[in-house]
Write a protein that binds this ligand. Structure first.
Ligand code: ZN
Length: 231
């Protein structure tokens, strides 16, 4: 009864997948009994390396061998001369260009899923955001949230920036929760935000600008929003 010797294959860099296709730099490693003194690594029954130093390892590159299916076996010898044979590992070597196209086959659909999810969440946010216009009395204190506050260039009311706002080079594309208008906004200082809250009060005394929009106004804003979505 032989003491077992086990052979394993680990990727250093390159490509491997569940179907057994590999490409790149790999290490074969043999582990056996304490008195293991010599290991020969075989590829397709032919010696590829021999080592008398533990840990018993051999580093190789698949590009040094023809493409196709190859088998590996570790053949070990103990100090007392007992011969040990590992189980066989079978792998299909593929070329560098094949591995790149295989990687693309995996990565590209993944990217598609990620961007699809981003797009769906952005569209969902726009729809949810469009449903409700907030009515907050002019000058009322409000929370600006973790993203900080900004001031709507359309109606001049300060609001907390939204997590679903789209980051652009020159600012963030966000929607004012009071007038429903999309615009490029930047972070504003607390002083500026408080000043804008005060300005709401002053303006409210002058006109009816901050009353909830009529149905006709809402329809108009929905049209504006859908114009934005067509972009
Ligand atoms: Zn506004």
């Amino acid at each position: 009864m032989h003491t077992p010797i086990t052979l394993s294959l680990a990727k250093n860099f390159g490509y491997n997948d569940f179907s057994g296709q590999i490409q790149g730099n790999f290490t074969l490693k043999a582990e056996g009994p304490q008195d293991l003194v010599r290991v020969i690594f075989l590829i397709d029954g032919q010696p590829m390396a021999e080592t008398t130093q533990a840990p018993f390892k051999h580093n190789f590159n698949t590009d040094d061998y023809p493409a196709g299916v190859h088998s590996f076996i570790a053949q070990g010898y103990t100090a007392s001369g007992q011969e040990l044979i590992s189980k066989e590992i079978r792998k299909e070597f593929i070329s560098g260009s094949e591995s790149r196209s295989q990687t693309a086959k995996i990565i590209i659909p993944l990217l598609g899923v990620v961007f699809g999810a981003l797009l769906i969440s952005a569209l969902f946010s726009i729809r949810v955001g469009r449903k409700k216009l907030e009515s907050l009395p002019p000058g009322a204190p409000r929370s600006y949230g973790a993203l900080g506050g900004t001031i709507c260039p359309n109606c001049g009311r300060p609001f907390g920036m939204h997590i679903w706002g789209l980051n652009m080079l020159v600012g963030k594309l966000d929607r004012c929760p009071y007038c429903g208008k999309w615009s490029l906004v930047r972070h504003q200082s607390l002083e500026a935000l408080h000043a804008a809250e005060q300005a709401e009060l002053t303006a409210a005394q002058d006109n009816r600008q901050f009353q909830a929009p009529s149905d006709e106004e809402r329809l108009h804003k929905d049209l504006e929003d859908s114009r934005f979505q067509d972009l």
